[in-house]
Design a protein around this ligand. Structure first.
Ligand code: SF4
Length: 296
């Protein structure tokens, strides 16, 4: 009898857990939709149905994998501000960042959520160390609170997890979810903070001085650490300035697939997926005008 009672209790707990997960995922989907609509109206940018679906999937998988972190987070979207900075050329600027904070009994951890993939973050840790060190500096000095650690949460799925999601096989998905490790601890040191702030200051001076010199063509040809992609493919093909950028023009004309001609160069609208998404976005999200005056 006791054994049956225990089994019943376990079954009930499992059911409650399942119901909690279903309700939570429904809530995430509703909030995602509301947030998307707000951003769409504010910014005037829409996503194609597929990209929108992928975005929601990323949040749901993040919740499944990082449930402990998501449930124990004590402050989300904490805005950190370092105001009144001055550059070598006398330009005034402010550094701002947004992070999540988890406070436990004896520790406080700062998380920065990025939509990058974990391998890329691991291979380019230096870039993230600089940024998180400045946030740590703001947290510890301006807010006067100690930190025990910092980490990046990289939400982009690894390829194997993406395949498991597409396959729709629950066991495979569980296996890949277990293997997935999106949290990358970032060592923090306060020694180089001043150098990092000076690096930011130099960028401010370049922007204010209208110094927008692109990198060299060689740099566009280099592969980015942690990926097999060249700078030109990963960065330039998403850059709105590429058709007026000398470095990209020379790179494109040197590439083996380029057969010559201005039309071919200007018709490169990015990779096939992006072009398809762009077309779908406009087809699905923009209602046709009902009145000819709307077009004028
Ligand atoms: S295309 Fe854009 S990202 Fe690439 S080098 Fe030129 S300005 Fe920079």
């Amino acid at each position: 009898m006791k054994e049956e009672l225990n089994l019943l209790k376990k079954g009930k707990a499992k059911l409650q857990e399942l119901q909690y997960l279903i309700e939570m995922e429904e809530w995430i989907a509703q909030e995602y939709e509301a947030n998307y609509e707000r951003l769409r109206l504010e910014g005037g940018h829409a996503l194609s149905p597929e990209v929108k679906r992928q975005g929601l999937l990323q949040i749901i998988m993040y919740f499944r994998k990082m449930r402990e972190v998501a449930e124990t987070v004590t402050e989300t979207e904490v805005k950190l501000t370092l105001p009144e900075q001055s550059s070598p050329k006398g330009n005034r600027f402010t550094i701002e960042g947004v992070v999540d904070i988890i406070r436990e009994k004896d520790s406080t951890t700062m998380y920065d959520v990025k939509t990058h993939d974990a391998d890329y973050v691991k291979a380019n840790k230096e870039d993230y160390i600089d940024q998180l060190n400045v946030y740590t500096h703001i947290w510890q000095n301006l807010r006067n609170e100690k930190l025990s650690g910092t980490a990046i949460i990289a939400t982009q799925f690894p390829k194997s997890l993406k395949r498991a999601i597409d396959s729709d096989e629950e066991e495979k998905l569980q296996r890949e979810l277990e293997k997935w490790d999106p949290v990358i601890p970032i060592p923090f040191s306060q020694e180089k903070v001043e150098d990092t702030i000076t690096k930011f200051a130099c960028v401010v001076d370049k922007i204010e001085g209208r110094d927008f010199q692109p990198p060299s063509v060689e740099q566009l040809q280099n592969r980015i650490k942690g990926t097999r992609q060249r700078f030109a493919n990963r960065v330039c093909r998403n850059c709105d300035a590429r058709f007026s950028c000398d470095a990209f023009r020379i790179y494109a004309q040197k590439s083996s697939s380029f057969s010559g001609g201005f039309a071919e160069y200007i018709c490169d609208l990015g990779n096939t997926d992006e072009v398809e998404n762009f077309t779908n976005t406009n087809a699905f999200e923009t209602p046709p005008p009902l009145d000819i005056n709307d077009l004028i």
